[in-house]
Design a protein around this ligand. Structure first.
Ligand code: AVI
Length: 326
C-alpha cells in the first residue's frame, strides 16, 4: 500500500483572497485596528516562523523539544494496539519526530496524520518522514482545524493520539480556544488522548525578547502581513513606515504584537475597497499569544470537557506538555 497520501480537506487558496479582503476591510476599518494572525502563514511567513523557532530568544520550541525528547515514551504509552497520531498544525513536524520514533518503538508501526493549512511544509515533512521511518504511513491533510475535525474521525479509526504542540492554542482568544478544544473533544473517542503543549506565564523581559528578537526576524514576520496585503489586494503599504512592537500584558495573560504607524500616512487597499488614514503612532493589533497559568490550564480542560491525565515540564518551568483524556 502507498505510504504517503496528501489530501485537501479545506477549500483551496482562491477563495481565501476573498476572505483576506473581507478581514482587511473589517479589521482596518475598526478601532482599534486589527488584522487576523491566521494570515501570517503564507509561504514566506511560514519560512520566517521556522526561523523564529531557531532564535536564541524564542525559548518555546527548544524547550518543548527537550520535554518531548525526554518523555516521548510515556507520552505515547498506554494502548494495547498502535494508536493513529493526528497532529493539528504540524508545520515541519520536527518536534513530533520524538513521538513518532517512540510510537514505532512501542507499537512497531504508526499511522501519522498531519494537518496543516500550508501545503509546502506538509508535503516536504511527510516525504522526509516516510524516507526516515520505514514503519510509518503518512496521510496528510491540507486543511484548517475546523474542516479537519469535522471529517477526520470517520476516516481515521481509533484509538488516536491527538497532538497539538507549540503553544499554537495560545494564538486563539480564550473563547475560541475553548471552542476549538470542545471540537477536539467532540471528535475524540474514549480511548483517544490529546497531547497539548502550552507556554506558561513568566517575567515580561523573557517574553518580550521572545517576540522581539535582536535579529529582527519576528519584526519581518509581523511586517510580512503588509507585504501579503500589498501583493494580494494591490495595497501600497510602505514597510519602512511601520514598526514592529511586542508587549506583554500580564493583566490579559498574553503577549500582543502590533504594527505601529511611524508617521501620519494614507494607505490605499483597492482589493478591499478601502483607504486608511493612520495617525502617527497608531497601531494595528496583529496577534495575541496567550501565556497560561496552571490554574488557567486546569480551568480550560474542565470547560472543554477534558480531564488532565499527565503533565511534563522543563526544569525552569517555562513550558508545559499535558496529556488530556475525556
Ligand atoms: C505559532 N505561534 C504559537 C507562535 C507564538 O508564539 O504565538 C507565533 C509567533 N508569533 C511571533 N513569534 C511566534
Amino acid at each position: 500500500p502507498k505510504r504517503l497520501t496528501i489530501e485537501r480537506a479545506s477549500a483551496p487558496q482562491e477563495t481565501e483572497t476573498e476572505t483576506l479582503a473581507e478581514a482587511v476591510r473589517l479589521g482596518l476599518d475598526a478601532r482599534p485596528r486589527t488584522l487576523p494572525w491566521t494570515y501570517f502563514y503564507d509561504e514566506v511567513g511560514s519560512q520566517l516562523f521556522e526561523a523564529i523557532c531557531a532564535l536564541p530568544e524564542y525559548y518555546l520550541t527548544r524547550t518543548e523539544d527537550a520535554i518531548l525528547r525526554e518523555h516521548a515514551d510515556e507520552m505515547v504509552a498506554g494502548w494495547s494496539r498502535d494508536p493513529a497520531m493526528i497532529e493539528l498544525g504540524s508545520g515541519s513536524s520536527s518536534k513530533t519526530r520524538w513521538l513518532i520514533a517512540a510510537a514505532i518503538n512501542r507499537y512497531s508501526k504508526l499511522h501519522y496524520v498531519p494537518i496543516d493549512v500550508s501545503p509546502a511544509p506538509l508535503i516536504e515533512s511527510a516525504q522526509a518522514l516516510v524516507r526516515h521511518f520505514s514503519a510509518v504511513r503518512v496521510t496528510g491533510y491540507v486543511a484548517n482545524y475546523r474542516d479537519a475535525l469535522a471529517t477526520l474521525p470517520e476516516r481515521i479509526p481509533g484509538p488516536r493520539l491527538w497532538v497539538f504542540l507549540g503553544s499554537s492554542l495560545g494564538n486563539y482568544a480564550a473563547d475560541e480556544a475553548c471552542e476549538l478544544l470542545t471540537q477536539v473533544a467532540a471528535a475524540m473517542g474514549e480511548d483517544d488522548r490529546l497531547l497539548l503543549g502550552t507556554d506558561l506565564a513568566k517575567d515580561a523581559a523573557t517574553l518580550e525578547a521572545a517576540y522581539d528578537d535582536a535579529a529582527g526576524i519576528t519584526a519581518r514576520f509581523n511586517l510580512n502581513l503588509l507585504t501579503r496585503i500589498n501583493r494580494e489586494l494591490g495595497a501600497d503599504f510602505d514597510l519602512d513606515r511601520f514598526a514592529h512592537r511586542a508587549v506583554y500584558r500580564p493583566d490579559l495573560g498574553r503577549v500582543e504584537m502590533h504594527l505601529v504607524s511611524r508617521v501620519a500616512q494614507t494607505v490605499r487597499i483597492p482589493g478591499a475597497a478601502l483607504t486608511v488614514d493612520f495617525a502617527a503612532g497608531e497601531m494595528i493589533h496583529t496577534e495575541n499569544s496567550h501565556k497560561y497559568s496552571l490554574d488557567g490550564l486546569a480551568d480550560l480542560a474542565d470547560r472543554a470537557g477534558f480531564a488532565e491525565e499527565a503533565t511534563w515540564t522543563d526544569r525552569q518551568g517555562l513550558f508545559r506538555v499535558q496529556r488530556w483524556r475525556l
